[in-house]
Design a protein around this ligand. Structure first.
Ligand code: PRP
Ligand code: ADE
Length: 238
């Protein structure tokens, strides 16, 4: 294994431990791994990194205790209007890294050149996934930033809003022929995602897949049929 890969595996273990620490006590983790609490605590705090061999062993013992779908579900709390706060998911960098590993695994063979998302809440997932795929991330915004010469721009009417929203992306950010993975935290009506697909069309870039943390209803099936590309979400809400 290369030095880099070995370090990446060790950091992955630290993320797994940090995530499990939110649910399990050190005593419980010590029972699962057979390691003293002091040793686990040093790994969690990054004071010491385990050997490559121990990393492998610990990952195989600990990964079965992580269900990323479940981790996302339990962080989603609905308010009285049926909306949910995404921040408990998007802010958890250990969880987001593990989700991004999963997404990167699914799209590894698609030769992704760029990850595209929409500001604001898509950015966290976009950055994590792009870093995992070793590519750049670009995001469309709801306003025109100064200092940008030319934009791709797409207007649409978000379902319940009754007013026009426009998304803007600097033209240099997407190039003809690039393979694009579109990601976002939530897909509900699919209007935002259609706007991103339209930007790819304007640029002559090729959408090769779409991934969402949370989809509401059957919108991903409709997009999959319409665009004949993989469209997936980690969890689906009705
Ligand atoms: O499938 P849709 O019905 O288009 O909804 C999904 C979009 O809604 C949310 O963004 P929002 O427009 O609320 O902007 P924000 O990220 O700045 O909160 C979310 O981050 C998606 O981009
Ligand atoms: N935070 C949110 N809660 C529920 N539905 C949404 N659709 C887009 N963002 C959402």
């Amino acid at each position: 294994m290369s030095q880099l890969k070995s370090v990446q595996e060790k950091l992955r273990l630290v993320r797994v431990l940090r995530l499990l620490k939110k649910t399990y006590t050190y005593e419980e983790l010590s029972k699962i791994t057979g390691l003293p609490i002091t040793v686990l605590n040093r790994y969690v705090r990054g004071k010491v990194l385990p050997s490559a061999e121990r990393t492998k062993e610990l990952l195989s013992l600990l990964l079965p205790y992580i269900n990323i779908e479940e981790e996302v579900r339990k962080r989603i709390k609905f308010d009285e209007y049926g909306f949910f706060d995404n921040m408990p998911v998007l802010s958890d960098t250990s969880l987001m890294s593990l989700i991004a590993e999963e997404v990167a695994g699914r799209y590894m063979d698609k030769n992704v050149d760029k990850v595209l998302t929409a500001a604001t809440d898509g950015i966290a997932l976009g950055v994590h996934v792009a870093r995992e795929l070793n590519v750049d991330v670009v995001y469309a915004k709801k306003k025109k930033e100064v200092g940008v010469e030319k934009f791709y721009e797409v207007s649409y009417v978000p379902s319940a809003s009754g007013s026009v929203t426009t998304l803007y992306l600097p033209q240099w950010a997407l190039k003809k022929g690039e393979n694009v993975l579109i990601v976002d935290d939530v897909i509900r009506s699919g209007e935002t995602q259609r706007a991103l697909l339209e930007m790819c069309r304007q640029a002559g870039a090729k959408p090769v897949g779409m991934f969402f943390l949370i989809s509401v209803g059957d919108v991903i099936e409709r997009l999959r049929e319409e665009y004949s590309i993989p469209v997936e979400s980690l969890i689906r809400l009705e």
